[in-house]
Design a protein around this ligand. Structure first.
Ligand code: AMP
Ligand code: ZN
Length: 464
């Protein structure tokens, strides 16, 4: 299995630090809002990497954090008149709901920054003791020039970087390149006690600490979106390697960016979607399928047309599985003379699928192989085949789709009359001001692919 290592800028054979095991850390979202479809890309991509590793027999320890303290969180909590804890707990729950909709497996551990402050204080103390960090007026900074390998991930040159600092130099730092590890609190901000001040950690230190605590010294894969290469991952490497005296991560993986209608996603320009908004229009399986239709390192353009084409593609697979399941139910058990030939075909498709995935997780090609397999099933498997043969083919499509985290089981279909009855019950619940029950019915319908729209003329519904 080969993967592209951002550190070496080439595809390398994957050799884990410990046989049979994969220790993987993915930088998670900052939780002050519903996640947007850009945040969903690394979640889907690296969940697929994890699933493929598991399919290959590796025992994967997958850690992904939630950043639950930072400037944006504090600002939003103040605007909403809630505590940062209330705000982040709410959005973590919402994020987990979106993840479930996209069929993303929960991480082995989902650590929270605010729960790991003592570990961060320990690592910062070590960095000061080793001369890699210094305290100034209650703040602690990392001494970038002391870490000679700084810039190795992003390929940045320190002198060029330094000349890029046109803004007034922050005189507290010894060098404008230095970055903050700990900062004193400002009025109204959450804070923790530390040897330097009542304050809070800088952003980068949390990942270094959590990665070491939950995965150990040298890990196998550290991942995130390409915007994290610099400065976040560069700073994580500096902190971890300076403190621990060993390589931080053997491989570095980064996904390309998601754009909308060929423009950078931006709230102010109005081309911005949350995963929740997409779920009002599409089953989130379609979003997952769409994300995997491109190679993870390439930029990906989101548009209505591409989502429609992903929906049609996914439907083709689901319909094939449905037809095969129906055939299998009615098929007879007998010695099918075609069994060996079908088994050989399936093995060939599996090999092709694995070759695509082994080549730096080429999910676009892997999906093409599933389509070829579907075509093969549609054109050669029929009533003349035995139950065993039909089931073998159906299972193969399900298995390969499952490696990509794509669910092929058809959704349990509700009859129109059942839907109308539930909508009536929801209206009655609303009248009785039982909003919890009303929301529950809405969610139940949504889970079965029925979308409700409250209009002036009453409730309208459609199948997603
Ligand atoms: P954040 O909440 O901004 O820290 O981002 C969480 C994750 O989402 C990081 O791995 C980012 O690199 C990734 N990310 C943010 N925006 C996009 C985007 N438009 N396309 C792809 N990945 C993104
Ligand atoms: Zn991180």
């Amino acid at each position: 299995m080969k993967l592209y290592n951002t550190m070496s800028r080439r595809k390398e054979e994957f050799v884990p630090t410990e046989p049979g095991k994969v220790k993987m850390y993915v930088c998670g979202p900052t939780v002050y809002n519903l996640i947007h479809i850009g945040n969903a890309r690394p979640m889907i991509v690296f969940d697929t990497v994890r699933r493929y590793m598991e399919y290959k027999g590796y025992d994967v320890n997958f850690v992904s954090n939630f950043t639950d303290v930072d400037d944006k969180i504090i600002k939003k909590a103040n605007e909403e008149g809630v505590t940062t804890k209330e705000l982040t707990e709410h959005y973590i729950e919402e994020c987990k709901k979106d993840m479930a909709g996209m069929n993303i497996k929960p991480a082995t551990t989902h650590p929270l920054a605010t729960q790991e402050i003592p570990g961060m204080i320990d690592m910062i103390t070590t960095l000061i003791e080793k001369g890699y960090a210094y305290e100034k007026n209650g703040s602690v900074y990392f001494r970038v020039r002391k870490f000679s390998r700084y810039g190795m991930l992003s390929g940045k040159n320190l002198d060029e970087l330094e000349s890029g600092f046109r803004v007034a130099v922050d005189d507290e730092k010894e060098d404008p390149l230095d970055f903050v590890l700990w900062k004193p609190k400002k009025e109204g901000e959450p804070y923790w006690e530390s040897p330097w001040s009542e304050g809070r950690p800088g952003w980068h230190i949390e990942c270094s600490v959590m990665s070491k605590k939950y995965l150990g010294g040298e890990i196998d894969i550290h991942a995130g979106g390409e915007d994290l290469i610099f400065p976040h991952h560069e700073n994580e490497i500096a902190q971890s390697e300076a403190a621990n005296g060993e390589t931080f991560s053997k491989y570095w993986m980064h996904n390309g960016f998601l754009n909308i209608d060929n423009r950078k996603m931006s709230k102010s320009e109005g081309n911005f979607f949350t995963v929740r908004e997409i779920s009002e229009v599409y089953d989130l399986q379609v979003l997952r399928f769409f994300m995997l239709s491109a190679h993870y390192r390439n930029p990906l353009n989101f548009s209505r047309e591409l989502m429609e084409s992903a929906k049609a593609g996914l439907d083709r697979i689901i319909t094939a599985v449905k037809n095969l399941d129906y055939l299998a139910q009615n098929a007879k058990e007998f010695e099918d003379e075609k069994k060996d030939a079908v088994a050989a075909e399936l093995a060939a498709y599996t090999k092709k699928f694995e070759d695509a995935m082994d080549d730096d997780f080429n999910t676009a090609d892997a999906i093409s192989v599933i389509f070829e397999l579907v075509k093969y099933a549609n054109t050669t498997i029929n009533e003349s085949n035995s139950k065993e043969v039909v089931t073998m083919v159906a299972d193969q499509i399900k298995k390969l789709s499952d490696v990509l985290g794509v669910i092929t089981e058809p959704k349990e279909e509700l009859l129109d009359a059942d839907i109308e009855a539930l909508i009536e019950e929801r209206q009655a619940a609303r009248k009785a001001r039982n909003f919890a029950r009303a929301d529950e019915i809405r969610d139940e319908l949504k889970a079965k692919g029925i979308l409700l729209e409250d209009t002036r003329e009453g409730v309208k519904w459609k199948r997603a």
